[in-house]
Write a protein that binds this ligand. Structure first.
Ligand SMILES: [Zn+2]
Length: 262
């Protein structure tokens, strides 16, 4: 049985949606042309709507390297075979503090600040070790990361009021070194929301130098990031067949649905 990890996106109800930055909620409204209106309730012959969506902030979406370079690179050209095996792991975040001898000896660009919630390499490394022997037998292209706590408020959280955890640069370098091609996370971004525009983790993942917006020869073109999924408690860590569904929009990021199966 397939399990859907995508967030519901209720276009009629902005209250039920994730919020990030000042991006408006996704919404739809009846199309109108002269006298004709695309709503049976308003006298039209059928329901016929226009939809407004900003994929990076309005729920589950998948993005490619086109997100961070000038070159026009589109998701459907990158993710041609959206079926692969993934490992699902669960890790906590840690709250960074300068003052004490903090356990985190990991870095982030820009520098970490007091109160930052960070997802660290050490936890990922220790968790992946548990599965190391099983990796030899199969090709695992995806890594799905569930963060804890994992309460239902993640489905419609206002991340402006409740800033999300993000990865240290060491964590993303580690994931990159393991060779995962598709990273699927339940947070709005690999990076801190207000990060002086570095998107340092995105750059590490795609092997692009910071603040360089021209595609580099050594960039990892075939990799994707999926953000804002929700992984129910009853779904256990382990290996899954994974499918990412999305409309063939020629865009760098596209709303998506992620399905997994044992
Ligand atoms: Zn995004």
């Amino acid at each position: 049985m397939f399990i859907n990890l995508s967030l519901d996106l209720d276009l009629q109800n902005s209250e039920n949606q994730i919020r990030m930055y000042d991006v408006p909620p996704a919404n739809s409204k009846p199309y109108q042309s002269g006298e004709w209106v695309g709503s049976t309730e308003l006298g039209g012959s059928c329901n016929f709507k226009s939809v407004n969506v900003t994929p990076h902030c309005n729920g589950t979406h998948t993005e490619c390297i086109g997100h961070i370079v000038n070159d026009k690179i589109f998701l459907p050209d990158i993710l041609k075979y959206p079926v692969f095996f993934s490992l699902l792991i669960t890790i906590p975040f840690h709250i960074f503090q300068h003052s004490n001898d903090f356990i985190i000896k990991e870095n982030y660009q820009p520098k970490l600040e007091n109160g930052d919630k960070v997802l660290i390499k050490k936890d990922i490394e220790e968790t992946l070790k548990l599965y190391f022997s099983e990796f030899k037998n199969q090709k695992i292209e995806g890594l799905i990361i569930r963060t804890v706590p994992n309460d239902l408020s993640k489905k419609n959280r206002d991340y402006n009021l409740n800033p999300a955890p993000f990865f240290t640069n060491d964590a993303i370098s580690f994931i990159t070194d393991w060779g995962f091609k598709h990273l699927i996370v339940d947070i709005p971004s690999l990076d801190k929301a207000f990060d002086e525009g570095y998107l340092s983790n995105h750059h590490i993942f795609w092997n692009q130098k910071l603040k360089n917006y021209s595609l580099e020869n050594s960039a990892f073109m075939d990799k994707t990031i999926t953000e804002l999924v929700f992984i129910p408690e009853e779904v256990q860590d382990g290996f899954y067949e994974t499918f990412i569904g999305f409309p063939n929009w020629r865009e760098e990021a596209v709303p998506s649905s992620v399905w997994i199966k044992k």
